[in-house]
Design a protein around this ligand. Structure first.
Ligand SMILES: [Zn+2]
Length: 482
């Protein structure tokens, strides 16, 4: 899994060899989350090898010793709100506030004998009050956030234990939402009923603007790295201890901070994207009353993007297992909180099977290029029944069909087992495949400007009312196609 050093290229990880080895590990009984973790472990140990010339003998050997860089006060270790030694906390839920008092050591380390006065009064935000009325408060944690630019602030993590919404009885599930992590679009979703009727048009979440920003940040990082290499060469022209090394060393420190800042921005956006995509899937499931969400397990390999450009690198990253794993992780816990059922499905053949007649189908670069098959093509055409459409859309339909087959099998046998594409006999009702007459239970796209106002997407359907909050709505375009 290591590419040896060559004349012009330093030694590196053989990503393809790692991927191939991972693909041959078939774990048929999980959503693939452990495969993601295993891949991350393999990559970590390869990085260790590249740095040290040998593989680590234990997991701990790969881990840096954690050092606490900012202050943290976990109240759980103290004796609680009334008898605590370092803090006192009094909750006034009626008054929608809480009171804090601290006892701290002075500069010489001597502990004060009295509590801080006046006590700190913190208003409780509405969602916290709502949760407090429904659940039980646990010990909060006070921690410090130190930004690289020197600003720092304190965060109080207020932890409340609340009961989660119970998911619908299996017998009552009427609709299944199937979604696919797309090649061309970020997420494609659609909804089927148990008879194979399509009840929602295909819904595409495109992330064009977002992709552009991520690519821009990647380019920035590449550019900074080049600068670092140049400066290091400049510095190393002089022997250790030489004062002429100073200017380069100083500039290097600044550049390294800048690179770290870019990576943080990049990762924070990825994180936001996972939350946004998960929220949208939950929103669609709610609006179309689909109590079961079906998504492919994480074991499938996705398109690896195009070329060595920054955009290619980003698309590659977007499709890799870690970021898909992050979406899956977000979706899993959000479903748990919202009382929605989520089941992984076997990805094999979902993008090479006709969703209407169930026969194997080919993919092509586009509807204009039907003379030449392309395994990674974005267009699927069925030679048996003539169905054709976007490959991601076909995959979303097939994953929904797998979800329906899974549900029917469970209702018949009481056993949880995940059917494969060849085992599903739920065929789509051909009357409904065209999607004509399917109500778009969301406001039309022309109102998008108003919909995204203030970072909120409102859906006031006749079914349920849902408000979606997202930090990303300005960056990411939500395209809902009827
Ligand atoms: Zn067909």
């Amino acid at each position: 899994m290591i590419e040896p050093k060559r004349e012009k290229k330093p030694a590196s990880k053989k990503s393809l060899a790692i991927k191939t080895a991972m693909a041959s590990l078939r774990d048929e009984t999980s959503d693939g989350g452990s495969a993601v973790e295993l891949q991350s472990l393999i990559e970590q140990s390869c990085n260790f090898y590249l740095k040290n010339g040998c593989f680590p003998s234990s997991y701990e050997e790969m881990q840096a010793i954690p050092v606490l860089k900012t202050g943290m006060l976990p109240y759980a270790g103290d004796d609680g709100g009334a008898a605590g030694q370092a803090y006192r906390l009094r909750l006034d839920v009626e008054g929608r506030c809480c009171y804090f008092a601290f006892r701290t050591p002075n500069e010489t380390g001597v502990w004060a004998t009295t509590w801080t006065e006046p006590q700190m009064l913190l208003p409780l935000p509405d969602p916290v009050v709502e949760r407090l009325q429904a659940g039980a408060v646990l010990a909060p944690t006070l921690r410090e956030i130190a930004e690289p630019d020197g600003t720092s602030y304190a965060v109080l993590d207020f932890i409340v234990e609340v009961p989660v919404t119970e998911p619908a009885e299996w017998e009552r599930v009427q609709h299944v939402l199937g979604w696919d992590w797309g090649v061309r679009t970020l997420v494609t979703a659609t909804i089927l009923d148990l008879e194979g009727n399509q009840v929602a048009p295909p819904l595409f979440l495109a992330s064009g603007g977002f992709d552009g920003r991520q690519a821009h940040t990647r380019r920035q990082i590449d550019h900074l790295k080049k600068k670092v290499a140049k400066l290091q060469a400049q510095r190393d022209r002089f022997p250790a201890g030489d004062l002429k090394r100073e200017p380069s060393t100083r500039k290097l420190a600044v550049l390294k901070l800048e690179i770290a800042r870019c990576w943080r921005k990049y990762e924070a956006r990825n994180n936001d994207l996972a939350h946004l995509a998960a929220n949208i899937l939950l929103l669609l499931a709610t609006v179309w009353e689909a109590d079961l969400i079906a998504g492919e397990s994480l074991k499938s390999l996705k398109s690896t993007g195009h070329g060595r450009s920054a955009k290619g690198k980003w698309v590659r990253w977007r499709n890799n297992a870690q970021i898909r794993g992050e979406l899956w992780r977000c979706l899993r816990y959000k479903c748990h909180l919202a009382g929605m059922r989520l089941e992984w499905q076997k990805p094999k053949n979902t993008s090479h099977t006709c969703p209407r007649c169930g026969k194997p189908a080919n993919t092509y670069a586009s509807p204009e290029h039907l003379s030449k098959m392309s395994d990674s093509g974005a267009w699927l055409t069925c030679n048996s029944c003539g169905w054709n459409g976007a490959r991601d859309y076909a995959a979303a339909l097939n994953i929904a069909r797998l979800g329906v087959a899974f549900l029917k099998q469970y209702l018949q046998t009481g056993r949880i087992s995940h059917p494969s594409m060849t085992q599903t006999n739920t065929v789509m009702n051909s009357e409904s495949y065209s999607g004509s007459g399917l109500a778009l239970r969301l406001p039309p796209t022309s109102l998008r400007g108003r919909l995204l106002d203030g970072g909120k997407i409102y859906v006031n359907g006749w079914i349920k009312s849902v408000t979606l909050h997202s930090a990303l709505s300005q960056d990411t375009m939500l395209r809902l196609c009827g």
